[in-house]
Ligand binder design. Structure first.
Ligand SMILES: [Zn+2]
Length: 90
C-alpha cells in the first residue's frame, strides 16, 4: 500500500504552536506552554533555532510566537557601522 492519508501541512499556519524539534521561523519572544507542571512564561528565540523538549513535560511543551523581535545588532539604527569614526576630544 502506497502513500499516506495523513494530512501533511507544508505551510506553517501562524496559529499552530511549535512543537519540540521544530525550528522557529521568526526571531522573537515566544510563549512557552508547559503541560501541567509550570505556568506559562516567555523566552527569546532566534530564527532557525530549534525548540527543545522540556525537562519537566518533555514533548508536550508548546511554543507560540508572542512578539516578533530582532536583535539590536539587526536593527539598522543600531547596527555597527564600518565608517564610524571616533572623535577625539583633546
Ligand atoms: Zn515543561
Amino acid at each position: 500500500m502506497k502513500g499516506s492519508n495523513l494530512p501533511l501541512t507544508d505551510t506553517a499556519a501562524s496559529d499552530a504552536p511549535y512543537l519540540p524539534g521544530e525550528a522557529a521561523h521568526e526571531p522573537g519572544i515566544y510563549l512557552v506552554m508547559h503541560y501541567r507542571h509550570r505556568l506559562y512564561h516567555y523566552v527569546t528565540v532566534t530564527a532557525g533555532e530549534k525548540f527543545p523538549a522540556c525537562a519537566g513535560c518533555g514533548d508536550r511543551v508548546r511554543f507560540r510566537l508572542f512578539q516578533r523581535s530582532d536583535t539590536i545588532q539587526q536593527d539598522p539604527d543600531f547596527a555597527p557601522r564600518r565608517k564610524l569614526k571616533l572623535v577625539k576630544t583633546k
